[in-house]
Design a protein around this ligand. Structure first.
Ligand SMILES: [Zn+2]
Length: 264
């Protein structure tokens, strides 16, 4: 959910005149990734308070990383999936902008038809169950995000282009040193992927449990121009620790199979 929120926030507050065109092909992203890693956080608005890990009067949501992530750029926040960074973003994002981005990403129908009026900051970072997306809906939305081509339903709406670049840089950084690192490490050297992990309240017997979690991983390969998507669901586990390494192994197996099929 956090990438969708970042797009929504940026569509509302971001600057015009972005360096990348909305239809920039994914292979244009890599040069930006290096720049974004070393540059300041972008728009001045996009500089939330540092993550302190624990609940404060300013941020009633704790981060999954208890020591706190400190100050982060948008790409870094995505790479480590910082709850406090994205909670602060959600407080400054109009729910209507969020639902509009879901339309741009092609998310619609069923329980995904969330109304702006009932969308809270918690909904926008996936902390409540108002917005329920099927795994396939999430995967499709990432597909739209990676391709940079808005859904047909979006009509005139489009992507905030720089936000998309920041997002892709975040997915790359997540694989290099963030929550998707165990997926990246399962691949041979120089085989780079884009990754995002998720940890959701466990669903068992039709009910959500707060005590247990399910782990998720989304991986796209190769990083420069993805043609392969992998989604891992790990019941009763964590995204980074349990689901991500399986995703990396799945892509590695795919590469080995392709190599055998292609012959020497
Ligand atoms: Zn954090």
């Amino acid at each position: 959910m956090k990438p969708f929120l970042l797009l929504a926030y940026w569509s509302e507050h971001g600057r015009e005149g972005d360096p990348a065109s909305p239809r920039a092909a994914p292979y244009l992203i890599e040069p930006y990734a290096a720049t974004l890693r070393t540059s300041p956080p972008g728009p001045a608005l996009l500089a939330p308070e540092p993550c302190g890990g624990r609940v404060t009067p300013q941020c009633p949501v704790a981060c999954w990383y208890k020591p706190g992530h400190g100050r982060l750029t948008a790409s870094q926040a995505l790479a480590v999936s910082c709850n406090q960074y994205f909670y602060q973003l959600s407080r400054q994002t109009d729910p209507a902008a969020f639902t509009r981005i879901l339309t741009v990403l092609g998310v619609r129908g069923g329980s995904a038809r969330v109304q702006a009026a009932s969308t809270t900051p918690e909904t926008m970072i996936g902390l409540d169950d108002r917005l329920r997306l099927s795994p396939l809906q999430v995967l499709n939305a990432y597909g739209v995000l990676l391709s940079g081509h808005a859904s047909a339903e979006a009509k005139s709406a489009s992507f905030p282009a720089l936000a998309r670049v920041v997002l892709l840089a975040g997915l790359a950084l997540g694989a290099d040193e963030g929550t998707s690192a165990l997926a990246q490490q399962a691949l041979p050297p120089n085989h780079l992927l884009l990754g995002k992990t998720g940890t959701s309240p466990a669903l068992a017997g039709g009910r959500y449990s707060i005590a247990k979690t399910d782990g998720w991983f989304l991986g796209f390969y190769p990083r420069s121009e993805p043609v392969l998507a992998v989604m891992v669901y790990y019941p009763n586990g964590l995204g980074a620790k349990d689901a991500a390494p399986l995703g990396g192994r799945a892509i590695k197996l795919y590469l080995e199979t392709i190599r055998q099929t292609d012959g020497p």
